[in-house]
Design a protein around this ligand. Structure first.
Ligand SMILES: NC(=O)c1ccc[n+]([C@@H]2O[C@H](COP(=O)([O-])OP(=O)(O)OC[C@H]3O[C@@H](n4cnc5c(N)ncnc54)[C@H](OP(=O)(O)O)[C@@H]3O)[C@@H](O)[C@H]2O)c1
Length: 320
C-alpha cells in the first residue's frame, strides 16, 4: 500500500458517502474507488437497475423523483458527502431534465436537510458551450448547486474511453474507420473510467477543490478522430483505411425532424439525436478559450495515467 493510499484511508475513516448513479460507467468505478479508500458507501439505485449486485457498499433502492423517500434514505444513512454520477441514458430532452436536473435537485435538497457538507457532481466539459437539452439541464442544476450552502465540486471531464471505442469490432473485421469530415474537425483528451473516478473521489479529500468547477482530461496529448483510427490500425497491424461521413447529414436530419418537433415527441427525440450527433462531430472536448475563440488543448488540465492506446490494446486482446 502506497503513502497516498494510507493518507486516503486515514481521511475517509468513519465518513459516509451517498453515491447516486453507481450502476453507470463512471459510477461503477467511483464505487470501487470509494470502497478502496475505506469510505462507508451507500449506493442509491432505482428499482430494476441492472448489475448492481456485485458493487461494494450498502444498496438502497429509491426513486430519485420521490423527495420523501429520498429524504428518509438520507436520514437513515446520515452521510457526510454526496457524489452524483447520474445522467440521462438517452439524452432525450424530457429525460435529460428529469434526471440531469430534477433528480439532482432532489438529491441536493435531501443533502441540505441532513448534514451533508460536500456535494461532488460529475458533469461534462461540453456544458461550457451549451446547445443541447441535456447540457442546459446540467447547467441549470450546476447553478443550483453553486447557490446551495453545501460546498460543491463540479467535475467536467472530456471524452470517456467508451465513447471512442465503438468502432473496434468493425475495424477488426476489415471495415474502414469512420470519421466526420476529414477526421480533424475535433480533438479530445480521453480519460479512463478509473482515472476519472479517482479524480472524483479525491475531491472529497482536497480542500482546494471545494467551490470549484473543474474541467479535466486524461494524460494527453489531445487527439483527433483520425488519430484514434491510426492507433487502432497500428495495434492491429493493418493499413489505415478511413471513410468520411459528411457532417451535413446531421444538419439535414435535425432540420427535417425539427419541422415536426412541436407536435410530435417522436420527431423531437429524433431532432435532438441529430443535434447531438452534429455537436460531437464538430465540437472538441477541450476547454474553450473565450478570448481566442477556439478550443485549447493547453488549457485542458490532464490527470491520471491510463492511455487510450492501452485501452484499445486491452479490448483487442479480449475480443477474438
Ligand atoms: N460519455 C462521455 O464521453 C462523457 C464525457 C464527459 C462527461 N460525461 C458525463 O458523465 C456523466 C456520467 O456518464 P456515464 O457514462 O457514467 O453514465 P451512464 O453509464 O449512462 O450511467 C448513468 C447512471 O445514471 C443512472 N440513471 C439514469 N436515469 C436515472 C433515473 N431516472 N433514476 C435514477 N438513476 C438514473 C443510471 O442508472 P441505471 O443503471 O438504473 O440506468 C446510471 O447509474 C454524464 O453526465 C455524462 O454527460 C460523459
Amino acid at each position: 500500500m502506497s503513502e497516498n493510499d494510507d493518507t486516503r484511508r486515514g481521511s475517509s475513516a468513519g465518513r459516509c458517502v451517498v453515491l447516486a448513479g453507481s450502476t453507470g460507467t463512471i459510477g461503477r468505478a467511483v464505487s470501487d474507488c470509494l470502497a478502496a479508500d475505506g469510505y462507508d458507501v451507500v449506493r442509491l439505485v432505482r428499482q430494476g437497475s441492472k448489475g448492481s449486485g456485485s458493487l461494494p457498499g450498502r444498496e438502497v433502492v429509491v426513486d430519485l423523483a420521490d423527495r420523501e423517500a429520498l429524504e428518509a434514505a438520507f436520514k437513515a444513512a446520515r452521510p457526510n458527502a454526496v457524489i452524483s454520477c447520474i445522467a440521462s441514458r438517452s439524452g432525450e430532452p424530457k429525460d435529460a431534465w428529469a434526471v440531469d436536473h430534477d433528480a439532482n435537485v432532489n438529491l441536493l435538497r435531501a443533502s441540505e436537510g441532513s448534514g451533508v457538507d460536500h456535494f461532488v457532481l460529475l458533469s461534462a466539459i461540453c456544458v461550457q458551450k451549451p446547445k443541447l437539452a441535456f447540457q442546459h439541464a446540467k447547467l441549470a442544476f450546476e447553478a443550483k448547486l453553486v447557490a446551495s450552502p453545501i460546498d460543491h465540486t463540479i467535475v467536467r471531464p472530456t471524452a470517456f474511453f467508451k465513447s471512442l471505442s465503438g468502432q473496434i469490432g468493425n475495424v477488426r473485421r476489415g471495415k474502414p474507420f469512420m470519421v466526420f469530415g476529414n477526421g480533424e474537425l475535433t480533438r479530445c483528451k480521453p480519460i479512463s473510467d478509473r482515472d476519472c473516478a479517482r479524480y472524483i473521489v479525491d475531491c472529497l479529500n482536497s480542500p482546494e477543490r471545494r467551490g470549484q468547477v473543474l474541467p479535466i482530461g486524461g494524460p494527453g496529448p489531445a487527439i483527433t478522430m483520425h488519430e484514434q483510427g491510426a492507433l487502432l490500425f497500428d495495434l492491429l497491424g493493418k493499413e489505415p483505411r478511413y471513410r468520411s461521413v459528411p457532417v451535413g447529414m446531421f444538419s439535414v436530419a435535425a432540420a427535417i425532424f425539427g419541422l415536426a418537433e412541436r407536435w410530435s415527441d417522436w420527431a423531437a427525440e429524433k431532432a435532438e439525436y441529430a443535434r447531438i450527433g452534429r455537436y460531437y462531430a464538430t465540437e472538441s472536448m477541450l476547454v474553450w478559450d473565450e478570448k481566442a475563440a477556439e478550443y485549447s488543448a493547453e488549457a485542458t488540465p490532464e490527470c491520471g495515467s491510463d492511455t487510450l492506446r492501452d485501452h484499445y490494446a486491452q479490448l483487442l486482446s479480449l475480443t477474438p
